[in-house]
Design a protein around this ligand. Structure first.
Ligand code: MN
Length: 746
């Protein structure tokens, strides 16, 4: 559609905004530079002529906005502005990379090519997509600017996401959570990372978002008063010492508040660190900027008492994404803990604008030393050049590596190893050498014996103890956080597992033969749920590995396995009929998909995801398997779902299209976690409440007691979220029970 005069005005205004931003940031120094940028604008405008975005805006507004983000919010230079303006030209129009090379330069053509390839990544199916992404990441090691412009592109798309249909919103927000947020974090683009998280939450959890936003606004006046009270004495001291500074209060982002509420299971009112105080100051030529930071810290702690274990010195050891600052938490008026961050203007620039600013200062300094970011880039390059893993695994591991390097630990000889926050002895062992990792049996941390699963802290000195006979264990996968350790363990287990499956099957067949029973689907359907296995392979390999001993085989074979419905649910999906009540013969429904197909031919097939165990009342999203057409239902917070939507988002069925319907006869599996003070008879009270008072079937119960404390999990079958909540309320009132909650695997 032809652009109207109003459209033309809008375009001209946006372009002027970009010109002003370039001028302010001194992006173009010579007339030649201006000519370069102008040519890119005219080409993009011409190429996208007459095209509109879904929101109705002329398309060219989008590349200008992306260029604006690159200049204003990230601080990139002229080449990036040109590449940003051209980023969709090859993808969406007749122009080719060769045209760009001819009109601009090989460098610009190379960047636009990288951006064009990135655009293709998210349209391919999941395996192809991962393979593609890996290739694209190769550009990351050559030119990080390509990825940064892609992040800017994503940010603008997220800002305008409202115009997209719901299932697209899920796809796009999932990609954002899965990849762009970690990338932005890794590249130190802090402000952009927070904004992306907030935007994702706004589209995925609109009610929760609005609720927290409302509470932040409501408490604002009260908070402002407090902040003034807190700052006044600090201001006085800093002024007296002639510091040139700016002191501001930063309220946490909606997303990070929500995250904290969920992680700690606390209401909004109990999030005590809603805001932090930030002091950004101009450095004097003398003494060193680090010393000046400590001087300010000292001024603050003369007034307010610091919490000793909350001092973070990111100046002596900057974060691996380049972040530098001094953080401490002090006791403010009314006994409230307040975080105070101290930074120089340079540090602030790096913290806000990340990579670009980082390079600006790096080139200015004489130091040629490899820093955190360089190291990370080198590791990415190494990972990319050793293709030992499948593309999907690579992507998962790569994602893992994005949040890397936050603690520093030492070998007995004093050699430093930087590892991600939360790293265990095993991660350290594998980091030293694969052989040390796979034969580890324990360690000494600061000369004290610990198991291999122990977590490390910055400054720890670690000596790994190995034994020739020791082998990697599957449980290690729950402990390790580095991709290197994970990959080595998986490689080992894969080899072992295949052997176990064959051996396990053979073993089971023999044991059944002794009893004149043939290994059939019927038998498997009895055994799998009884041993808590999701599929045949898991059952066989656990038998093969000796995890399942088959001691109670006789009892299990006799038991009537079909009294409980395991995985059969009723949801209203597009195309299914609500009024038609499915007639379920409970005794006939066994927990396998084959049966599900058998019983319901005319409706779309769906089943509940094992990873997050949704039950009626939960907010859910569907994923349609592109091959079988089968639909898996996940909770919309589920990590697996986010990954699926990020990798194959076209198969997502949005939560506005799926409705729970009444289906009283069916039960859903939920797992509850319980903790308390041990006393005689408590288990009895528990089981009596669940089975007699609530008439709820239990599937599993596992309680451990130690040092007078008990803790454990109970798997139960419930109708819906209300009956579950009411049960939880009642359990909470049992004497000795301290904590009980539904176990959320996400
Ligand atoms: Mn774009």
């Amino acid at each position: 559609m032809e652009y109207s005069p109003q459209d033309e005005i809008l375009i001209e205004e946006k372009w002027q905004e970009l010109v002003d931003a370039c001028r302010k940031n001194k992006v173009c120094r010579k007339e030649d530079d201006w000519d370069f940028v102008r040519r890119a604008y005219f080409l993009a405008k011409e190429a996208h002529k007459g095209v509109r975005r879904r929101s109705g805006e002329p398309y060219i507004i989008h590349p200008i906005e992306v260029a604006l983000i690159a200049v204003r919010e990230i601080g990139l230079g002229k080449k990036s502005v040109v590449a940003a303006l051209l980023h969709d030209v090859v993808e969406d129009t007749e122009y080719t990379v060769e045209d760009i090379e001819r009109i601009f330069s090989p460098k610009i053509a190379y960047m636009v090519d990288g951006l064009t390839k990135m655009a293709g990544v998210f349209n391919a199916d999941s395996t192809e997509q991962a393979e593609y992404f890996r290739k694209v990441l190769l550009t990351l090691s050559d030119d990080v600017r390509v990825i940064i412009i892609k992040i800017a592109d994503r940010l603008h798309n997220m800002r305008t996401l409202g115009a997209m249909p719901h299932h697209k919103q899920i796809k796009i927000t999932s990609e954002t959570i899965y990849l762009f947020v970690p990338l932005a974090y890794r590249l130190g683009l802090h402000a952009i990372k927070s904004e992306l998280e907030d935007l994702c939450m706004r589209y995925r959890f609109p009610e929760e978002y609005a609720e927290i936003k409302r509470k932040i606004d409501e408490t604002e006046p009260e908070r402002q008063q407090y902040i003034e009270r807190f700052m006044a004495p600090i201001r006085e001291v800093l002024d007296r010492n002639k510091f040139q500074y700016e002191m501001t209060a930063r309220v946490k982002s909606v997303y990070s508040i929500w995250n904290k509420m969920r992680r700690k299971e606390i209401p909004f009112e109990e999030v005590y660190d809603l805001f932090a105080i930030r002091i950004v100051f101009k450095t004097l030529p003398f003494p060193s900027e680090k010393t000046q930071c400590w001087q300010i810290y000292s001024c603050v702690t003369d007034i307010y008492t610091p919490k000793p274990d909350r001092l973070r010195d990111w100046i002596s050891i900057p974060k691996s994404n380049g972040y530098e600052a001094l953080h401490s938490t002090v006791m403010g008026p009314d006994g409230i803990w307040v975080e105070v961050q101290v930074r120089t203007e340079r540090m602030d620039d790096i913290a806000e604008r990340g990579f670009a600013a980082h390079w600006k200062y790096k080139h200015a300094s004489i130091s040629q030393e490899e820093d955190g970011l360089d190291k990370w880039l080198r590791k990415v390059r190494e990972a990319l050049s050793s293709p030992t893993e499948s593309a999907v695994e690579f992507l998962d591991n790569f994602k893992l590596s994005l949040y890397k390097s936050d603690i520093v630990v030492f070998t007995p000889k004093g050699e430093a190893h930087s590892l991600p926050y939360g790293a265990s002895v095993l991660d350290f062992a594998y980091d030293v050498h694969t052989k040390i990792g796979s034969h580890a049996i324990g360690a000494k941390i600061n000369h004290k014996m610990v198991p291999v699963t122990a977590r490390l802290n910055t400054g720890d000195q670690v000596e790994v103890i190995t034994a020739e006979s020791a082998r990697p264990k599957a449980e290690w996968l729950d402990v390790v956080v580095t991709s290197r350790a994970r990959q080595s363990i998986q490689d080992y287990l894969k080899g072992e597992r295949q052997d176990n499956i064959e051996y396990g099957m053979q073993l089971l067949e023999e044991r059944l033969k002794d009893r004149n029973v043939v290994l059939s689907g019927r038998v498997l359907r009895k055994l799998m749920p009884a041993y808590d296995c999701r599929n045949k392979d898991e059952l066989y390999s656990k038998i093969g590995a000796g995890i399942i001993t088959l001691d109670n085989l006789d009892a299990l074979l006799k038991e009537n396995s079909s009294t409980k419905i395991l995985k059969f649910w009723r949801l209203l999906l597009p195309g299914s009929k609500e009024e038609e009540d499915v007639n379920l013969d409970l005794d006939d429904v066994a927990p396998t998909l084959d049966d599900t197909i058998h019983h319901r031919v005319e409706e779309p097939e769906y089943y509940m995801a094992d990873c997050c165990e949704p039950i009626p009342g939960d907010k859910v999203v569907g994923y349609r398997d592109p091959k079988t057409g089968r639909i898996t239902i996940h909770k919309s917070t589920c990590d697996t779902l986010i990954k699926l939507a990020a990798q194959a988002g076209d198969n997502i069925i949005g939560d506005s299209e799926i409705k729970w319907s009444q289906q009283k006869a069916v039960s859903y599996l939920a797992t509850i976690e319980i903790q308390g003070v041990d006393r005689a008879g408590i288990i009895l009270d528990l089981t009596r409440l669940i089975t007699t008072d609530f008439n709820i079937n239990m599937r599993t119960i596992s309680i451990h007691s130690h040092d007078g404390i008990f803790e454990g999990t109970i798997g139960i079958y419930v109708k819906d979220i209300e009956s579950l909540n009411s049960l939880l309320d009642n359990i909470r009132h049992i004497k000795g029970v301290d904590r009980v909650k539904r176990l959320l695997s996400t």
